[in-house]
Ligand binder design. Structure first.
Ligand SMILES: [Zn+2]
Length: 137
């Protein structure tokens, strides 16, 4: 068993990294409300159960949650590897900002049924009609 390179206070494991580790729990606490998962704590199985419950949904909320959790998993894993193999570190708030930025960029690339409801939801991500890739052009 290896020591966690994010907190140096526990063993490196999937359950620990996603997101019980003090570092990744801090990332999760920063992003979860924006991802619509404010009621889900930093326990991986709870996060997965929530995603499974909305897996078949094409609602904006379920798409945001799936993209955001995928991005969070990717960037926490990348942070772990950067610390192990490159001796590079980023604070949790920086990682959270990257995850939300990547999620926003992915949201910009999707196609939506145009409605006021969607426009309001996109506005919460600071996305306007003119930002969308398929804006009629
Ligand atoms: Zn840790």
């Amino acid at each position: 068993m290896m020591c966690c390179p994010l907190c140096y206070a526990n063993f490196d494991s999937i359950d620990h990294l996603f997101f019980r580790c003090s570092y990744s729990a801090s990332v999760w606490s920063t992003i979860r409300t924006k991802l619509g998962l404010g009621d889900i704590n930093h326990v991986w199985t709870d996060i997965i159960l929530k995603l499974c419950a909305v897996a078949g949904s094409k609602s904006f909320e379920s798409i945001v949650a799936r993209i955001g959790v995928a991005a969070a998993s990717y960037y926490v894993w990348q942070e772990r590897n950067n610390r192990l193999f490159r001796n590079q570190t980023r604070p949790p708030d920086v990682l959270a900002g990257i995850i939300l930025g990547v999620t926003r960029l992915r949201l910009v690339s999707l196609t939506y049924k145009r409605s006021l409801n969607v426009a309001v939801k996109l506005a919460k991500w600071n996305i306007s009609e003119s930002d969308l890739f398929d804006n009629g052009g």
